[in-house]
Ligand binder design. Structure first.
Ligand SMILES: [Zn+2]
Length: 190
């Protein structure tokens, strides 16, 4: 079975399968001493803590880790669908030239809108000049956004979640922006 990358599991809110197995075994082993329900609680707590520690010290998925510092709070949220656009934002995949560059689709890392030598999810969402009006109106509604606080804001109110999701969608615009990026890049290259 192909192992899912840690960031994909965190975004999906799924505890890694080996930790699940460990948790079940631990709950089983402890049930004589603690009773069934207490054993479950202790085992769950242990696997959450192991998951957090693993996520904190992993070298992969660091953009996602900057956004989602606490995987279990994220996983246990009471609202918020992670759609296609939010997935791209949270994973740092998508029509960011840094990603397209890794995929061999573009020749350099700079933003097609000409304001940065590096275009990635951070640039697009939080910095790019192209999205200043949209970002400003979002911030008027939900407050100043940074990679470190955006998830907390999204989790605080369903409406805030939806507004961030809409912002993500505008920027990624159903893939159309991707064509635009590639078109502009071709234009720049020729
Ligand atoms: Zn830009």
């Amino acid at each position: 079975m192909r192992r899912l990358r840690p960031a994909a599991l965190v975004v999906a809110g799924v505890i890694p399968i080996d930790l699940m197995a460990q948790e079940r075994k631990m709950a089983y082993d402890l049930r004589e001493v603690l009773g069934r329900s207490e054993a479950k609680v202790v085992a769950r707590d242990h696997s959450i803590r192991t998951w957090h520690e693993r996520w904190r010290t992993d070298t992969r998925g660091r953009w996602t880790a900057r956004l989602i510092g606490n995987p279990s709070v994220w996983a246990g949220r009471e609202h918020g669908e992670v759609d296609y656009y939010l997935t791209q934002f949270l994973m740092g995949h998508g029509c960011f030239t840094s990603y397209l560059y890794r995929m061999g689709k573009v020749g350099d890392l700079s933003c097609v809108f000409g304001d940065s030598d590096l275009d990635d999810a951070h640039h697009t969402f939080f910095l790019c000049d192209r999205w200043v009006p949209e970002r400003e109106s979002l911030e008027q509604e939900i407050g100043r956004i940074t990679p470190e606080n955006i998830v907390e804001i999204m989790l605080s109110q369903r409406d805030y979640w939806d507004q961030v999701a809409t912002f993500a969608k505008i920027q990624l615009f159903g893939g159309a922006i991707c064509d635009q990026v590639l078109e502009l890049q071709t234009f720049k290259d020729s």
